[in-house]
Design a protein around this ligand. Structure first.
Ligand code: THU
Length: 133
């Protein structure tokens, strides 16, 4: 797989999206994070009756990855069944930045890729560990 070929990563995000526990919004999201060693770690959104305890697909993927020992990441794919791109929410941008830095963020839906960004462009002027020094 070449650096720009995200076929496997997009496929992984589409597949895990089908596991989403999205009974309240009906909006299923899948995320696939690529670790530096090429491992793909996936996550889906997990909703809750309190609504506020819902966790987005991206954060599920990051927390799974960290828990499994991965520390460096290259790219993340986010997939939803929507004509317009579904970018990571603010909370997820903070978490992706914390653990992934300036990741490539690839957006897709069930049939096509809808955009590619660098996280630094989606999340300028972050508060992070450097802010505490
Ligand atoms: N959601 C994600 O999982 N990731 C995003 O990038 C946007 C929103 C989820 C949260 C909630 O379960 C549903 O989509 C509707 O907001």
């Amino acid at each position: 797989m070449s650096a720009s070929d995200a076929t496997a990563l997009v496929a992984a995000a589409r597949a895990v999206r089908l596991n989403a526990a999205a009974r309240y919004s009906g909006f299923k999201v899948g995320a696939a994070l690529e670790a530096e060693d090429g491992t793909i770690i996936t996550g889906c959104n997990v909703e809750n009756a309190t609504y506020g305890l819902t966790v987005c697909a991206e954060r599920v993927a990051v927390f799974k990855a960290i828990s499994e020992g991965h520390r460096r990441f290259r790219r993340v794919v986010v997939v939803a069944d929507a004509a317009t791109p579904t970018p990571p929410c603010g909370a997820c941008r903070q978490i992706l930045w914390e653990f992934g830095g300036n990741l490539e963020v690839i957006l897709a839906n069930t049939t096509e890729e809808t955009g590619r960004y660098q996280l630094a462009d989606l999340f300028p002027l972050p508060f992070d560990g450097g802010s505490l020094e």
